[in-house]
Design a protein around this ligand. Structure first.
Ligand code: NI
Length: 193
């Protein structure tokens, strides 16, 4: 399945509420997921929502590489996971700030408050129900992708636009602010979804 180009901010499809999928196990959804996987692999991100390849349906891919997990003991790496009709509700009141990027807003990063724990319900492409709690980076990536299904971009969630900018400038500023040598890895850990 060939990769489709990723839709960028400004395209109305990113502002639409995506439609629920009636049959998660249909061959059409399997094809859509293959297309999404190819597009995500080509773009080099960690998550993708169907509207980002122009398909307004409630389908997402999420992953968490080991290097990007938070210090939360329940957080952890997550292999690429397909979720259909995902729904989230916060567990508890805690929120955390973290830098995010988006394949639909290339080159930029911003600091976004997110729930630290969320309950996820969804269906797998095999038709199995999912009902689980995710924390840390898993919860962050999930919230970012489910927002895409509701026409919401991370910019809409930001509260401090002094913490927004081009990746290169943010990294440079961070290195200026922190006199101790910073491994470059630390500055590039923001999820791009
Ligand atoms: Ni995104």
């Amino acid at each position: 399945m060939s990769a489709k180009s990723i839709v960028r901010a400004g395209d109305p499809v990113l502002r639409r509420v995506a439609a629920p999928v009636a049959d998660p196990t249909s061959p059409r959804i399997a094809d859509l997921l293959r297309e999404m996987e190819a597009s995500l692999a080509e773009a080099g991100g960690i998550g993708l929502a169907a509207p980002q390849i122009g398909v307004s349906e409630r389908v997402i891919l999420i992953s968490v590489p080991a290097a990007r997990k938070t210090d939360d003991p329940e957080d952890g790496p997550l292999p690429l996971t397909a979720l259909i009709n995902p729904a989230l509700e916060p567990v508890g009141e805690d929120r955390a700030l973290g830098m995010e990027g988006c394949l639909s807003i290339p080159g930029l990063r911003g600091e976004v408050p997110r729930w630290t724990r969320v309950r996820l319900t969804a269906v797998t492409p095999q038709g199995e129900p999912v009902d689980t709690v995710m924390t840390g980076m898993r919860a962050r990536v999930l919230q970012h992708e489910v927002d895409h299904l509701d026409g919401i971009l991370y910019l809409d969630r930001m509260t401090d636009f002094t913490r927004f900018g081009y990746v290169e400038e943010l990294i440079e500023a961070e290195m200026r602010d922190v006199p101790a040598p910073q491994p470059e890895q630390e500055s590039t850990q923001e999820p791009v979804t």
